[in-house]
Design a protein around this ligand. Structure first.
Ligand code: GLC
Length: 772
């Protein structure tokens, strides 16, 4: 759940943690990286104790784990609700992050369903992190010594006397965290060991066992926030109470830590008071829902496949927005504190929000240009807080910047953007056009004598990173360059760069010929050459005989003609596909080998070593759609989409509403298990694969191109899309049960010549498309 600033990771048991601004330096509640996936702990916990019997339980089941009489957890877009029934108390907790403030609200409702009055105590619990995630998880005892927690005006405040970034050391945290109820509190604890008891734990904390907190405040302790409220609940009675958890900025100009804390506490109080006002929480929740309804309603589809609609209209789109804000910054699987944003990842994330949130895409794209060096290459990742980037020599990075810009220009049609000047990361500045040319030229400077790009540090596959960099070439980057050169041509033409267009056309042909000459293996494309010049992803190899990206990108870039394209993708079906989607490559490496690097170190069938890596599957969908094979495109989508995978939760094991980075591959005993959920660049690509290639409503410079590629048995599809200020409603009919090909297009009652609709300046337009 996020408003773009405050992030609350939440599981179905209330597990997870929160941070604000970035996950590296501004964690509010604690994450224990190694354990979080397995234990789903700690989290936002609410204990309820029946003071007449001494029994207690957790409203979200965790951490007490007492079997409830009823349990239901629902993740909505922007909120989570956990309902349960225990000991004749029905409870519901709704969690959400308001749009306007950097906090989260826990809305609790309790109903007594027993025919007698109940004497209860409720305990709200969080464990604080307070600033840097890395030192908290690695050096917790040292880190604890900087914690300061106090209880004032029914609120727990938590600050940190030390905070360092990669740029500055020795500061105190510029934020204050707070935790309050909208009620007078009966007791509290700020020291973890006072709450749990010595040798105690959060499963059976002493304070809850005994029914009373010890009013501890903390100075250099392991810090928690526990608020206790005693409640008498009459027969059939219901009570509502709300918790507010968040962090506010202190005043950076403050002369002392105490003064800064006082400012922060004042600011926190204003927010808490706001949410105590009647109706304020309901209004804030309605605003969250309005935000997502507005974002989600810009592009909608109705197809014969309910799962497709659920994913396309809501959850895939939601994940694309979250990743376009946060990239892979923090999840249960990654983000142990390094919390950087990947350059190539962000270039790809933003293509997934362009039709629905162009302002977010614009802001991120401009930032990306600022991370390009004058020589054309880019940083590989950057620290979100300090904006310090790490410069490596990944051969693919500059090409993703070009790709993101191409998508952007097609969305907006505004070539004026190319004139905008943006500083380079290291020195000087240039127009966006100059940035793009430098990106291309940098890649062209790093070609081998065979006109193929060197892989350098690595290409898209970060894990193929032999210790020694050398003369290895990347077929995928070669295809990426071809894609860029081909797609840039009309853009460059549009701004009068005819000579450049001609030059790039010649280079495109040269690289394309080289790929087809040196990287065609008879039935599929070779993925790379190693430093010694031997092929990888070839029938000659024992491991990694065929790699999916070499096939898909040959099609996407136009490098493969139709015959080779089909042959290459047929090889993917034959040699890589499984019931859970096609593997990244097979067979997986069995032994760690220096000449292949990390790729061979991962357990076979996991991560980049022979798993079903979702990101490349999205390209397989696009490649099949480009080849006109709609049944195949949809089958790849179906095999990997979470709405299908979750039908077998015992195998899949992870969230039913987001893409995982990878599914354990066929060589692993847990084949089919999802892993590294959220942490994937694929959400955006899957979504664009669905919109542009399956539904076939695709922006081009001159307007909207209509070129669907449907599963043959889809008889009718409806699509709504906002585009350059107008609304377009498509009804695509498929009476002849084909996948591709257009019989006619009628726009507002007038038959269209060709398949590109010139953009209208506004209004709503109705388009009838008949395939045939
Ligand atoms: C991860 C990285 C991405 C990379 C991919 C393959 O998803 O975030 O940048 O391309 O792995 O290594």
């Amino acid at each position: 759940m996020t408003n773009g600033q405050y992030v609350a990771q939440i599981s179905q048991t209330g597990g997870g943690y929160s941070f604000v601004g970035d996950a590296g330096y501004n964690h509010i509640t604690r994450k224990i990286p190694g354990d979080v996936v397995i234990e789903d702990r700690p989290g936002r916990y609410i204990y309820l104790r029946d003071n007449d019997t001494g029994e207690f339980w957790g409203l979200g089941w965790q951490p007490v784990m007492k079997k409830p009489d009823h349990f239901e957890a629902r993740h909505g877009i922007g909120y989570t609700i956990i309902e349960s029934a225990n000991n004749n108390i029905d409870s519901s907790v709704l969690f959400f992050v308001p749009q306007a403030d950097n906090c989260e609200i826990w809305q609790v409702k309790l109903t007594n369903s027993e025919p007698k009055k109940r004497n209860l105590s409720i305990f709200f619990f969080v464990e604080w992190s307070l600033g840097q995630q890395m030192s908290n998880s690695q050096e917790a005892s040292f880190n604890d010594l900087f914690n300061v927690t106090s209880f004032k005006n029914d609120t727990i405040f938590a600050g940190k006397r030390r905070w360092e970034t990669s740029q500055k050391v020795g500061l105190f945290w510029d934020k204050v965290a707070y935790f309050a109820l909208d009620r007078v509190v009966n007791s509290f604890d700020c020291q973890k060991d006072k709450f749990t008891g010595v040798y105690g734990d959060i499963i059976r904390p002493q304070a809850v066992v005994e029914g009373k907190c010890s009013r501890s405040q903390g100075l250099g302790h392991r810090a928690v926030g526990v608020l206790q409220k005693n409640i008498i609940l009459g027969v059939g009675a219901t009570t509502n109470l709300n918790a507010i958890l968040g962090a506010v900025e202190t005043n950076p100009e403050s002369k002392s830590f105490n003064q800064a804390m006082a400012t922060g506490e004042r600011r926190a109080k204003a927010i808490i008071d706001k949410y105590k006002r009647p109706g304020e929480i309901e209004t804030a929740l309605a605003k969250v829902k309005d935000f997502w309804i507005s974002y989600n309603s810009k592009t909608l589809a109705r197809t014969p496949e309910e799962e497709f609609d659920i994913s396309f209209n809501y959850w895939n789109k939601y994940q694309a927005w979250v990743t376009a804000n946060w990239s892979l910054m923090d999840s249960y699987y990654i983000g142990g504190g390094s919390a950087t944003i990947g350059f190539r990842d962000m270039c790809q994330h933003i293509i997934g929000v362009m039709p629905n949130d162009i302002s977010l895409a614009t802001q991120q794209l401009k930032r990306l240009f600022g991370f390009q060096l004058k020589e054309g290459r880019t940083v590989h990742n950057w620290d979100k807080l300090t904006l310090v980037g790490k410069v490596t020599n990944h051969s693919d990075d500059p090409q993703w910047l070009v790709l993101a810009t191409i998508f952007f220009l097609k969305e907006t049609g505004d070539l004026g953007l190319l004139k905008k000047t943006i500083p380079y990361y290291d020195s000087g500045s240039g127009t966006i056009l100059e940035h793009l040319i430098r990106a291309i030229e940098y890649s062209l400077k790093n070609l081998s004598p065979r006109h193929l790009p060197y892989r350098l540090t690595a290409d898209w596959n970060d894990a193929f990173n032999p210790a020694k960099q050398g003369e290895g070439e990347s077929q995928m980057v070669a295809c990426q360059i071809c894609y860029s050169l081909r797609e840039l041509a009309p853009i460059l033409e549009g701004v009068g760069e005819h000579d450049l267009v001609e030059k790039y056309q010649r280079i495109y042909e040269k690289i394309k010929n080289s790929i087809n000459k040196y990287f065609w293996d008879g039935s599929w494309y070779i993925r790379s050459s190693t430093n010694s010049g031997s092929p990888l992803g070839s029938k000659k190899n024992r491991y990694q005989k065929i790699d999916i990206n070499a096939q898909t990108w040959a099609v996407i870039s136009g490098v493969a003609d139709e015959k080779r394209g089909k042959q290459a993708m047929d090889a993917v079906w034959k040699r890589l596909n499984t019931k859970y989607g096609p593997a990244i490559f097979l067979p997986a490496f069995q032994h760690p080998e220096e000449k292949y690097g990390t790729i061979s170190q991962f357990a076979p069938g996991t991560k980049e070593n022979g798993a079903i890596f979702n990101h490349p599957v999205s390209w397989a969908i696009i490649a099949e759609a480009l080849l006109g094979r709609g049944d195949q495109a949809f089958k790849f989508w179906q095999e990997t989409n979470f709405t299908y995978r979750v039908k077998d939760p015992e195998t899949y094991k992870i969230e039913p509403y987001v893409y995982a980075e990878f599914i354990y591959g066929p060589e692993h005993p847990e084949f089919g298990r999802g892993s590294f959920s959220w942490a994937t660049g694929s959400a955006s690509w899957f979504w664009r694969g669905c919109l542009d290639y399956i539904l076939g409503v695709q922006p081009v410079l001159g307007g909207l191109k209509i070129d669907p590629c449907l599963a043959k048995d889809w008889r009718q599809v409806e699509v709504t899309r906002q585009f350059r200020g107008a609304d377009y409603h498509f009804r695509i009919q498929n009476p002849f049960r084909v996948s591709k090909g257009i019989d006619r297009i009628i726009v507002d009652g007038v038959r269209l010549t060709g398949n590109v609709i010139r953009p209208f300046s506004g209004g709503s337009h109705f388009i009838e498309v008949t395939l045939g």
